[in-house]
Ligand binder design. Structure first.
Ligand code: ZN
Length: 296
């Protein structure tokens, strides 16, 4: 018996990497009975049936699991934002941060297309960057075209399983193709056009970058907060998480409650007003969500 990690799922085969060999494995029927499907990213035990073929016998416990795209054990998400075209949105960035934090994945913030931004845009973005860095996030501001700081990006992949996330057009595919031109990943614009109206099989693959793995498909294609409960939301705003223990009420929503440490911090400027505004907007969205009748 051997152990390895599934790096690709295609046509009923799971490609399991064990040391430097990749084995084409089938899943045993036992998984189907238990309603478990092996996922790309899973650590598995498998029996070898041929030189490079085998059967998966066991799926090891997952650290986390993304639904769309289906991928397990992601350790890091690089949130890609454009400085311009599409223009930078702190609201969207905060939405991604909440989704990533709630999945217990480490976020890294990357802002691209610096070369397309006006000086005014750049000044404003730099103020945001200062705030996110103060919160403890790593932020990198680059223009892919000149490939500046690219080595700094590559370093982030080491020993991690990374997904790139961000709205279309921010340069996720270009980033991967710039790091390794042999990936030849279709840019969003093209794949959207080809995929429209067709039932394309979702193919997920983990690619090797700098001693780490990166998914070739962007993570979090669904941006809703369906899996988040209202009382947990402030845990995913890291500056609020640290303060909420000081709120008078243990189940404080930091909205209308008295003696709320979060609201006090907004008043003193310790928590930025825009972050709190985004928090309230997301809270509203969660509270107004229709009751769910299934776990899906
Ligand atoms: Zn509070």
């Amino acid at each position: 018996m051997k152990e390895g990690r599934i790096i690709k799922a295609l046509s009923g085969f799971y490609y399991v990497q064990s040391n430097s060999t990749v084995y084409a494995c089938k899943g045993r029927g036992v998984f189907r009975n238990k309603n478990i499907t092996p996922l790309v990213g899973d650590f598995v035990s498998f029996d070898i049936t041929d030189e490079d073929e085998g059967y998966i016998t066991k799926i090891h416990p997952r650290k986390n699991e993304l639904k769309r795209p289906p991928i397990a054990n992601v350790t890091q998400a690089i949130i890609v934002n454009a400085a311009s075209n599409p223009s930078f949105s702190s609201l969207l960035l905060d939405r991604f941060l909440v989704l990533v934090e709630s999945n217990r994945i480490k976020p890294i913030i990357l802002i691209t297309k610096k070369d397309l931004a006006t000086l005014q845009d750049i000044e404003q973005i730099k103020r945001y960057i200062k705030n996110y860095e103060r919160l403890g996030y790593q932020v990198t501001f680059i223009s892919l075209e000149t490939a500046n700081k690219l080595d700094k990006i590559e370093k982030h992949f080491e020993d991690e399983v990374t997904v790139l996330i961000g709205q279309s057009g921010v340069g996720k595919s270009s980033l991967l193709n710039t790091i390794n031109p042999s990936f030849k990943i279709e840019t969003n614009e093209i794949s959207t056009r080809l995929g429209r109206g067709k039932h394309t099989t979702r193919h997920v693959e983990l690619l090797q970058v700098n001693n780490g793995l990166v998914a070739d498909t962007p993570g979090f294609s669904s941006l809703d907060f369906n899996a988040i409960e209202a009382e947990d939301l402030s845990n995913y705003f890291i500056e609020m998480k640290a303060l909420k223990v000081q709120c008078k009420f243990r189940r404080c929503f930091h909205h209308k409650e008295p003696q709320c440490a979060v609201k006090q911090a907004v008043e003193t400027g310790e928590i930025k007003q825009y972050r709190y505004d985004h928090y309230l907007q997301f809270l509203q969205e969660i509270l107004e969500r229709k009751p769910r009748y299934s776990n899906d």
